[in-house]
Design a binder for this molecule. Structure first.
Ligand code: GTP
Ligand code: MG
Length: 330
């Protein structure tokens, strides 16, 4: 980040407009921002630049200290309102107990592409450019084990992200801290992939993401299609490190399974099987609440169904209190 006098000096020296890294990032953000929240966040991130100019006596801006402070207060207030709305929606979501998975990672790693592939949402637009995603969005997804989750697409990380830029975006990144699991998408073919991974981990610490959330992290080594045979063999897959390619679909099924397993663990859900009357009250209740993840006809009695559910303790006791226990045969 250059100081205003440094920028002024370089501009005169080169006879060209000069931008430092911070301004370049802001300019890209500005070009990609769509929602009101993203635009407000960018305006907030511009305040330190304007203040530095005022401090250095650079006279190419027509705003006073007081006006700048008023502007900052206004932006913060509007952002707070949006944040509260986001929290309200989140509360509703928690009430309905849909697990949330935050998809994070370096810019251009393939986060949006991965969400598009897992949700089959054709409206999502992955792009080959830095900071393609500026707005945090959430997308419903049914995993291979039929568990329903919400996948949250986040703003891409970059090395040495200035703190003044982290702060305006921290509200959107709050979603990470409340997530039931995190998917860290990496571009494994990138020459700096290890450095990028370290950076993402450092940023998670900077954002005060709790140890509990960080320990539920699934590492996705994406773009494996761009690796040579030798390079691919060197990458050790583990239960929480999966090699994928969104381009050719490799590893996606396995990833979906792993997400399902992590979610069962982190949300204290357990798989339970019931034998229920086809079309009966319990069956109707479970399907209307979207709680059934597998249905099979009972081979011994074709009036009955074998239902698999993934219920939290609360959902289970709710079910038991709603219906007489004896009607539910495990
Ligand atoms: N070869 C290859 N390209 C991929 C793969 N996955 C994504 N891409 C490409 O990588 C580029 C970036 O993808 P995005 O999904 O927009 O990346 P992102 O992580 O969402 O990036 P930001 O929104 O900027 O943070 C796009 O051109 C994708 O088509 C993959 O598995 N293999
Ligand atoms: Mg994206």
């Amino acid at each position: 980040m250059l100081t205003p006098p440094q920028l002024q000096y370089l501009t005169e020296r080169f006879n060209r407009r000069v931008f430092d890294r911070y301004q370049i990032i802001l300019k890209i953000f500005q070009a990609h921002a769509r929602t009101k929240e993203a635009k407000l966040q960018i305006s907030l991130a511009q305040i330190p630049l304007l203040r530095a100019k005022l401090n250095c006596g650079i006279e190419d801006i027509d705003i006073s200290y007081e006006q700048l402070s008023e502007k900052e207060a206004r932006i913060r207030k509007s952002l707070e309102r949006i944040k509260n709305h986001r929290r309200f929606i989140k509360k509703e979501r928690v009430k309905r107990e849909i697990p949330n998975v935050a998809v994070i990672g370096y810019t251009n790693a393939g986060k949006t592409s991965l969400i598009k592939a897992l949700t089959r949402n054709t409206k999502l637009q992955p792009e080959n450019k830095l900071f393609a995603t500026i707005d945090v969005t959430t997308h419903p997804c049914q995993l291979t084990n039929n568990i329903n989750v919400l996948l949250t697409d986040t703003v891409g990380f970059i090395s040495d992200i200035p703190t003044t830029l982290v702060e305006p975006f921290s509200a959107t990144l709050e979603d990470i801290n409340t997530a039931d699991a995190i998917i860290h998408v990496r571009d494994i073919s990138h020459p700096d992939t290890d450095y990028q991974k370290l950076n993402v981990e450092k940023t998670l610490l900077k954002l005060n993401v709790s140890e509990k959330v960080r320990s539920n992290l699934i590492e996705v080594c994406n773009k494996e299609d761009l690796l040579s045979e030798d390079e691919r063999e060197k990458i050790k897959e583990t239960q929480t490190r999966i090699l994928t390619s969104v381009s050719n679909g490799n590893g996606l099924k396995c990833l979906s399974n792993v997400i399902g397993k992590v979610i069962l663990k982190t949300t204290d859900r357990s798989l339970k099987r019931f034998r229920l009357k086809n079309g009966g009250a319990i069956y109707r209740y479970l399907s209307s609440e979207n709680l059934i993840i597998d249905t099979k006809v009972d081979e011994d009695n074709c009036d009955k169904l074998i239902i698999t559910t993934a219920l939290t303790d609360r959902q289970l006791s709710m079910l038991n209190s709603k219906f007489r226990r004896e009607t539910i045969t495990k």
